[in-house]
Design a protein around this ligand. Structure first.
Ligand SMILES: Cc1cc2nc3c(=O)[nH]c(=O)nc-3n(C[C@H](O)[C@H](O)[C@H](O)COP(=O)(O)OP(=O)(O)OC[C@H]3O[C@@H](n4cnc5c(N)ncnc54)[C@H](O)[C@@H]3O)c2cc1C
Length: 452
């Protein structure tokens, strides 16, 4: 509802124009165009999603359909396949001859940069996004005064609500949890204060992921035949896994190969991401299916990423600030769910903010509904992604007792293969069998009670 003078009921600052921030903006545009005004502040000088692929499950596809993006997305997948999501194979791949474990319908796949450009285009990016604006901190001095945003370039801006979609090293999370810790300290709760301060920095998982795209037209005949016969697929192995699938109608092959170092600490000494070479990556996966290694070698400009995650946060909201996406729950990529969870946060938060019963006065109560719905769900996904990584990397379900050498030469009880396939099948079932649309209805019902 706009006020009697035609002003929007809320002025929102979205910090970060990654895919999470863009979808939040699109949802606000769709559900609350007349009642809220939003600005996106992005630290980069332009939108810069790196290459590589991203998957979209049926949960997320339904949000894209709501945003009227289905047709355009089908065009860029190149498949025109509206209902039939491509089937993935799960295989044990750290042997010369891979072993089939599970076949599952899963996701539409995209090249990340193309998906990001499509989202930005819908948003009239030129109007809504302010580039080269790195947030340092925000201050909310009272429940009624505007929030002040402080940027690295020395400028400030104001808003009624600040949303942190600024990724894994979120400045909004830093301000929010420093504030919560200070408040705990002023109540004399020193241990609680320390716990809250610990939530600010992400922790290393012990894993490094190598990621990039291989152009299909550079592959040998043998590798091209392998791509057609075997992909998309996930290869499991001792202390490592690979996810390999085509994007852009098969013109490019995405390779994500992850290596776990047993006993690694929670702090990574080195750059979080840096260029690497195919030869260096192949060395990490000695003895794996040689055709998968051939695809790794064909990747152009591979990058290494030390995989970090955010600890389990006790809240995503404080006063008139909220966290979405990686800022709230950066997770390991082992269910391909990080982007989707960011989209879901944006979709539900926009539903909350667009609701007629939500005003500046009851904003903290409305944000509590967002927190109550999204935090348990996304934390469940975050934990599931960690567990699934351990499945893929043969670190649980009996596989922890099998050495790398035994795994490579096939010296393990066959029963473990069945157990692994079933476990992964159970773990990822939620992607297929649950719906975000039902969750949205529940949120709308709860918001109606706000005004009652
Ligand atoms: C190696 C690897 C593989 C992955 N694979 C997958 C996958 O297959 N599927 C999947 O779903 N997910 C995957 N993910 C996770 C996925 O990339 C993230 O979950 C997703 O990008 C989160 O979106 P976001 O918008 O919350 O954050 P981001 O994409 O990180 O966007 C944050 C934005 O905020 C901007 N920003 C940062 N700080 C500031 C600031 N202080 N002020 C202003 N702007 C700021 C950044 O420039 C950026 O544009 C993977 C991650 C990694 C590292």
């Amino acid at each position: 509802m706009s006020s009697s003078n035609g002003e929007p009921k809320l002025r929102i600052a979205i910090i970060g124009g990654g895919m999470g921030g863009l979808v939040l903006g699109l949802c606000l545009k769709k559900y609350a165009a007349d009642t809220v005004h939003f600005d996106i502040y992005e630290s980069a000088a332009e939108l810069t999603e790196v290459g590589a692929g991203v998957g979209m499950s049926s949960r997320i596809w339904s949000i894209m359909r709501e945003l009227d993006l289905e047709e355009e997305l089908l065009t860029i997948t190149g498949t025109r396949d509206r209902n039939g999501f491509p089937d993935f194979w799960l295989r044990k791949g750290d042997e010369k001859q891979p072993v089939d474990l599970l076949h599952f319908a899963q996701v539409h796949t995209f090249q990340r940069s193309i998906l990001q450009q499509l989202l930005a285009k819908q948003l009239d990016a030129g109007d809504s996004i302010h580039f080269s604006k790195r947030l340092i901190s925000y201050s909310e001095v009272s429940p009624t005064d505007p929030i002040t945003l402080n940027f690295k370039d020395g400028t400030t801006a104001t808003c009624d609500l600040v949303i942190g979609s600024d990724g894994i090293r979120s400045a909004v999370r830093r301000t929010m949890f420093s504030g919560l810790a200070d408040e705990a300290e002023s109540r004399g709760q020193r241990e609680e204060a320390e716990k809250l301060r610990n939530m600010i920095d992400p922790i290393w998982s012990g894993e490094v992921a190598y990621r990039g795209l291989a152009p299909a037209n550079t592959l040998s005949e043998e590798l091209s035949a392998y791509v057609l016969a075997a992909l998309p697929q996930i290869l499991c192995g001792k202390n490592g896994n690979m996810v390999i699938y085509p994007v852009s109608g098969g013109k490019l092959i995405t390779v994500l190969a992850t290596k776990y170092t047993p006993g690694a600490g929670m702090v990574y000494d080195g750059l979080w991401s840096e260029p690497t070479t195919g030869e260096a990556v192949v060395k990490e996966f000695e003895g794996w299916d040689p055709r998968a290694l051939g695809l790794i070698k064909a990747v152009q400009e591979p990058f290494a990423w030390a995989l970090h995650a955010v600890r389990e946060l006790p809240t995503y909201v404080k006063g008139r600030a909220a966290l979405v996406g990686d800022a709230a729950h950066a997770m390991l990529p082992h269910q391909g769910a990080g982007v989707g969870q960011a989209f879901e946060d944006g979709y539900i938060l926009a539903t909350v903010l667009a609701h007629p019963s939500v005003t500046l006065a009851n904003l903290p109560a409305a944000l509590a509904v967002y927190d109550d719905v999204r935090r348990p769900f996304s934390q469940g996904v975050r934990k599931g992604s960690q567990r699934n990584g351990m499945n893929y990397q043969l670190r649980r379900m009996g596989w922890e007792n099998v050495s790398a050498e035994d795994s490579r030469v096939g010296r393990y009880p066959r029963e473990l293969l069945r157990v692994l396939g079933e476990e992964v099948g159970k773990q990822i079932e939620w992607l297929r069998s649950t719906s975000i649309l039902g969750e949205r209805e529940g949120v709308v019902e709860r918001l109606a009670a706000l005004s009652a």
